[in-house]
Design a protein around this ligand. Structure first.
Ligand SMILES: [Zn+2]
Length: 314
């Protein structure tokens, strides 16, 4: 049954909520500010009661808005911490996201894009409509947008040629790849973790897992590996077996500014290298547990990818 109720994330009064299972443990919410998303009961409870999440509702709302473009994202208590941690917080980051949004909405040069203050501040993770208003002023001052008209509650803008250039430039800089490089120990004992844990988790999250069997390369870090890491949006480094190659690949990815998700089998975790221990590892017991935890971590840190079909090998 669909019921009108305030959005459990942003509090917008005009949201619709529908239970998606008979036990009322998860819901689908359609909110004019956040967009469409799914949320667990526990997550609703955490946002309502835990201070870090309660105070950062606008960041969670912004995350949903930016991830509900293809499929409604699923919000779970296990992703909340990463969502808040990773959310853009500086005005410059927020302004860049806003400019990217306006560019994506534009289908021809000069098209008017309407910004509704009350509901559109989630586009750029703003705290409220005032912050969005000031960010739009900043884009105007920079010459990236031009205001066309304004009425009560909304204004229309178009992106200028300077704004297009700025966006094109940032696109080149941003990795738009949907590939995830998998760095791991290539031993026969790792096959179940690879086939039933790592690969399906990455696919479920909407990315292409790329696994290069280093045995073929005599355990050397070859050019192809470095190139594939460069082309990847993020990497998953499973340090079970503590192979030097895995640490090298993870370090290379970090130096390129890529997100690295660290995983390790429970019994091996004591052997994890001192320098990388500080990172939050997914410690797993079974491939199935690895699959679930990794899937949640990807959604929380990277977001949902848009790969729905198997890649055709060329
Ligand atoms: Zn909302």
């Amino acid at each position: 049954m669909i019921a009108s109720t305030p959005c459990n994330v942003c509090g917008n009064e005009e949201a619709d909520r529908e239970s998606i299972n008979p036990f009322n443990t998860s819901f689908q919410i359609k909110c004019p500010r956040c967009g469409e998303f799914e949320i667990t009961e526990e997550c609703i409870d955490w946002i309502g009661t835990k201070k870090t999440y309660n105070m950062n509702r606008h960041l969670i709302s912004g995350w949903i808005r930016n991830h509900s473009i293809t499929t409604p994202p699923l919000l779970m208590s296990t992703n909340l911490e990463e969502i808040v941690r990773q959310a853009p917080k500086s005005p410059i980051e927020k302004a860049n996201i806003l400019l990217a949004y306006l560019n994506k909405k534009t289908s021809y040069f000069g098209e008017e894009i309407r910004i509704e203050w009350k509901n559109d501040y989630s586009i750029c993770y703003s705290t409220n409509d005032t912050e969005l208003f000031r960010l739009m002023e900043h884009l105007e001052e920079e010459g990236h947008v031009k205001k066309i008209s304004g009425v009560m509650g909304s204004s229309s803008y178009h992106v200028t040629s300077l704004g297009f250039n700025k966006y094109e430039q940032s696109l080149k800089e941003t990795e738009t790849s949907m590939q995830c490089f998998v760095a791991m120990w290539f031993d026969v004992c790792m096959a179940p973790a690879r086939d039933n844990g790592l690969i399906p988790a990455i696919k479920d999250a909407g990315f292409y897992p790329l696994v290069i069997d280093q045995k073929e390369h005599n355990d050397k870090i070859c050019e192809q590996i470095l190139l594939e890491i460069k082309k990847s949006k993020f990497i998953v480094a499973d340090v079970t077996g503590s192979r030097g190659g895995v640490y090298f690949e993870a370090g290379y990815a970090m130096a390129l500014g890529k997100e690295v998700i660290w995983t390790c089998e429970e019994n091996d975790f004591k052997d994890v290298h001192f320098d990388t221990r500080q990172y939050n590892h997914i410690v797993w017991k079974t491939p199935e547990a690895l699959r679930e935890k990794l899937f949640n971590r990807i959604l929380g840190t990277i977001g949902r990818g848009n790969v729905k079909i198997e890649r055709k090998e060329s």
